[in-house]
Ligand binder design. Structure first.
Ligand code: FES
Ligand SMILES: [Fe+2]
Length: 383
């Protein structure tokens, strides 16, 4: 290896990857589901998608969660179970509140949006029955920039404390004003970690992503950013990313699909993309005209549900020249290319006598990801 700068992030030694069992074994999966997902913050969608006066049922890492948005806009999360005898409360992806309350479909107990028990249908109560003891069990909920995250199991995990990169890099994007222009969900036949490993390196870019490499010249070299280059120094003047000349955004044509956000700096406009990562649940790629959110939900040791969302300014939806297809088609192509190799990776891990791989210097972010998982699992309790 040539001499690299002391501050270069490149790995200095051949580093083992994880053994195949970490991607296949049901017990490993259950432990990770409990300690990384249930005790971590799981993305459940933009606040703007939940109309006041409605509730949502969401599966969060195998936990049935009820999201409630009161008429005044306040949003809360609860376990989706009635304290009376355990019926599910919200029985569809989306339902209206009844008179501003959550009504149990079994014996008609009703709960205020703040989780307190409002009424029981029974005519009588035992003398020691106290309504205050029978409210809904709340679940950790965070509204970050208008995006909602739920933590089904209590833990010491502070949002963004050790699992996020670039949270403040989106400060100039009008995150809270954005609305969903498109959403698509599908199942990918691989372990959730494979998707993240793939996301965190660009060695595959030249062979797998022709259109992305056409748009982002540095990816043609297999580099995610210029700091991945072996000759990088802190004084290097190369832009971190940068789109090809004349391109403004991740679209089929390279042009912005609608008006650019007004609050961005010149650097942010010229970068072409700004990344924000929140392990294990999502990454955001922010552009001059839209943001995309790719989120993951583990569905089994070898299955992950992937959702791609495009969020835009409300004005874009009213813009007759706004061409959503330009955005969605480009992103789906890149996503499909990634998912195809992720599934190849999973199948290879399952069928070969392969013991463990090796990380190359440019795969330093994969190592950082593995180290984070190791910290999460160290001292973790059994699922
Ligand atoms: S289980 Fe909900 S009211 Fe009986
Ligand atoms: Fe990729």
């Amino acid at each position: 290896m040539q001499q690299i700068h002391p501050l270069s992030p490149l790995l200095r030694e051949a580093t083992p990857s994880l053994p195949p069992s970490r991607y296949i074994d049901g017990n490993v999966y259950a432990d990770e589901l409990h300690n990384i997902w249930k005790k971590g913050w799981n993305y459940v969608g933009p606040l703007s998608d939940i109309a006041p006066g409605t509730m949502r049922r969401v599966d969060v890492a195998g936990t049935n969660i009820l999201l409630v948005r009161a008429k005044d806009g306040d949003v809360r999360a609860y376990h989706n179970v009635c304290p009376h005898r355990g019926s599910e409360l919200c029985t569809a992806d989306e339902q209206p509140l009844r008179g501003g309350r959550i009504l149990c479909p079994y014996h008609a107990w009703s709960f205020n949006a703040d989780g307190t028990l409002a009424r029981t249908a029974a005519a009588s109560h035992a003398p020691d029955f106290d309504k205050a003891d029978h409210g809904l069990r709340s679940v950790g909920l965070i509204d970050w920039n208008g995006l909602l995250f739920v933590r089904p199991v209590e833990s010491s995990d502070d949002f963004g404390a050790d699992n996020a990169f670039g949270l403040h890099d989106l400060d100039n994007w009008p995150m809270r004003e954005l609305v969903t222009a498109s959403r698509e969900t599908h199942l990918v036949e691989c372990n959730w970690k494979i998707l993240w490993e793939n996301f965190h390196e660009c060695l595959h870019c030249p062979g797998v992503h022709p259109s992305l490499c056409d748009l982002i010249p540095i990816h043609r070299k297999g580099l995610g950013t210029y700091s991945d280059a072996p000759d990088w120094t802190p004084d290097s003047m190369e832009p971190e990313h940068g789109l090809r000349d004349g391109a403004r955004s991740w679209t089929l044509s390279g042009a912005a699909a609608t008006a650019e956000f007004p609050g961005l700096t010149e650097d942010q406009r010229n970068a072409g993309q700004v990344y924000c990562v929140i392990w294990p649940t999502l990454f955001i790629v922010a552009h001059v005209d839209y943001i995309s959110i790719v989120s993951y939900r583990p569905k089994g040791p070898e299955q992950t549900e992937v959702t791609g969302e495009v969020l835009v300014a409300p004005a874009a939806l009213a813009d007759p020249n706004f061409d959503l297809h330009q955005i969605v088609a480009f992103n789906q192509q890149v996503q499909n290319e990634d998912e195809e190799v992720c599934e190849l990776n999973q199948r290879g891990l399952r069928t070969s006598p392969f013991k463990a791989g090796v990380l190359m210097p440019e795969e330093h972010r994969v190592k950082t990801f593995h180290d984070w998982i190791a910290r999460k699992m160290a001292g973790a309790d059994a699922a």
